[in-house]
Write a protein that binds this ligand. Structure first.
Ligand code: FAD
Length: 473
């Protein structure tokens, strides 16, 4: 395992430099190292950040983790959610309807997700350099030269490709000149992490005359309360307005508690408030995910409202999609088109997620008669089983994606001791050619020049080729 600290140990040359050691950068590095790629993660922070931020991992993300043999560790540490509440009694979206080995969402603070992904990346052989900030980059036809500031000195590092996973204010995106237009929604969101006596540890939500609250348990007595007030905060939370008016203008626990009381109609008695954040919702989408030898993934490429807890999940899906393609492009330049396909496919996926999170934000936060009419319509529709199933699958990341997901299936005559299931077979990082018990092979299998295993299943009538990210070729 290689965690680098001294500036002398920074490599001069790499196949891939990943900028940003958040969950997405570490996942990308784990994917590359799994395929023997010489890669390093450059992370500006000396130490891992302890903030919770993303709390919810959805079914599709748990499936991706299962495809890399990590799901059990995450499930051991997290707290399972059986449903997603919509603000009214008996109108929850139940995850039990999902066709997945993981018919639940998982609450796990982002710092723990990041730790587990860092362990995995290191175990696979990636380098993680902390306290290493990328300050400049220059591309030519054969690679990218980075300036990395580390321990007070700046070093030049050359890489064949770089992946910008450096978050919403991405330096890589800015230095590459890729625009990311920003749209601000006319809604504020208040997020509080605190201990509270808020009932059995499953998510719930309430709509009141002043807004909506969504309560998400950590499973250890702590809760995240996300408030969507119908009236905007007196200062513009999307601008520097607050800074001009000083700290006294910032929303504090007393103000948030009063708002919570007005929404729920009673006192929740919050204590040990760990984190309080109030912000104006926005979305931001990079105009391109690829600029020659620079690729973008995670928040560096897309930022959306927190509704439905989709941000981190979308970033991990980017990492699954990018890792095998980048490794293939490094092995053989003729696979370069796979990187363009990454950029197209994942940009389209994020645009769909933005439509979903935007619609959910209006559902949660739109005031006035329009808002109440919208909520009443959705709450009626969601009682219809097909609508219920569709919404559960969209939230869980199992539907509505441009990629065609292949569900986990048992394999016939499994090798000893594994794989017994498709997701286990994908752990090697290669393609899987899945054929029915006595059926013909998929003709597309003949065109695959990347590592591929042929396996049989009784659970499918038609053959297919499954990409290393669990989608159909
Ligand atoms: C309050 C809040 C709640 C959220 N809740 C959820 C949720 O429930 N579910 C969900 O899926 N998502 C949620 N999200 C979104 C989620 O946190 C992000 O989508 C996720 O962190 C994106 O991961 P990332 O690795 O792309 O970026 P980040 O986590 O932002 O990581 C980027 C990393 O890059 C580093 N970096 C930046 N610049 C440089 C540089 N120049 N050189 C080197 N390193 C650099 C940073 O230090 C950072 O460590 C939430 C976000 C917020 C703010």
């Amino acid at each position: 395992m290689s965690r680098m600290t001294g500036v002398r140990s920074l490599p001069d040359a790499l196949q891939v430099a990943v900028v940003g050691g958040g969950p997405v950068g570490l996942y990308v590095a784990g994917e590359l190292a799994l395929r023997g790629i010489n890669c390093a993660v450059f992370e500006r922070d000396e130490r891992a950040v302890r903030a919770t931020r993303a709390l919810v991992l959805h079914s599709r993300t748990l499936e991706f983790l299962d495809m890399r043999g990590m799901a059990d560790r995450f499930l051991d540490d997290g707290h399972r959610y059986r449903r997603y509440p919509l603000g009214a009694a008996r109108a929850d979206v139940s995850f039990s309807v999902l066709d997945s080995p993981f018919p639940n969402a998982l609450a796990l603070p982002q710092h723990r997700t990041t730790e587990l992904l860092e362990d995995h990346a290191l175990k696979n052989g990636a380098l993680v350099a902390r306290g290493a900030e990328v300050t400049a980059l220059r591309q030519d036809f054969t690679g990218v030269e980075l300036s990395v500031r580390h321990a007070g000195r700046t070093r030049r590092v050359r890489a064949d490709y770089i992946v910008g996973c450096d978050g919403a204010r991405s330096t890589v995106r800015r230095l590459t000149g890729v625009s990311a237009p920003r749209t601000v929604y006319p809604y504020d969101v208040v997020s509080i992490d605190a201990r509270a006596d808020a009932g059995p540890p499953q998510p719930w939500s309430r709509c009141g005359p002043d807004g909506m609250v969504l309560a998400l348990p950590f499973g250890d007595g702590r809760w995240r309360l996300v408030l969507y007030p119908y009236v905007l905060y007196p200062y513009d939370l999307s601008s520097r307005d607050l800074h001009r008016h000083g700290r006294a203008a910032a929303p504090g626990p007393a103000w948030a508690e009063a708002l919570l009381r007005r929404i729920t109609g009673h006192d929740l008695a919050l204590h040990d408030v760990e984190w309080l954040s109030a912000y104006r919702c926005e979305r931001r989408h990079a105009a391109a995910y690829r600029h020659h030898r620079v690729l973008l993934a995670g928040d560096a490429a897309h930022v959306h409202p927190p509704t439905g807890g989709q941000g981190l999940n979308t970033g991990i899906a980017d990492a699954m999609s990018l890792g095998w393609r980048l490794a293939a492009a490094l092995a053989e330049p003729r696979h370069d088109a796979l990187l363009d396909a990454y950029a197209r496919e994942r940009r389209c996926a994020a645009a769909r997620i933005m439509r979903l999170t935007g619609a959910m934000l209006h559902f949660n936060a739109l005031p006035s008669a329009w808002g109440h009419a919208l909520r009443a319509t959705v709450l009626t529709a969601v009682r219809l089983p097909p609508v219920h199933r569709y919404l559960a699958a969209r939230l869980a990341g199992l539907r509505g994606n441009p990629e065609r997901r292949v569900p986990d299936v048992p394999l016939l005559a499994p090798a000893t001791p594994a794989p017994h299931r498709l997701f286990e077979a994908l752990r090697s990082g290669g393609h899987v050619h899945l054929t029915p018990e006595c059926g013909t092979p998929d003709p597309r299998a003949a065109d695959v020049t990347l590592p591929m295993t042929t396996l049989r299943t009784a659970a499918r009538r038609r053959p297919c080729v499954v990409r290393p990210d669990g989608h159909m070729l």
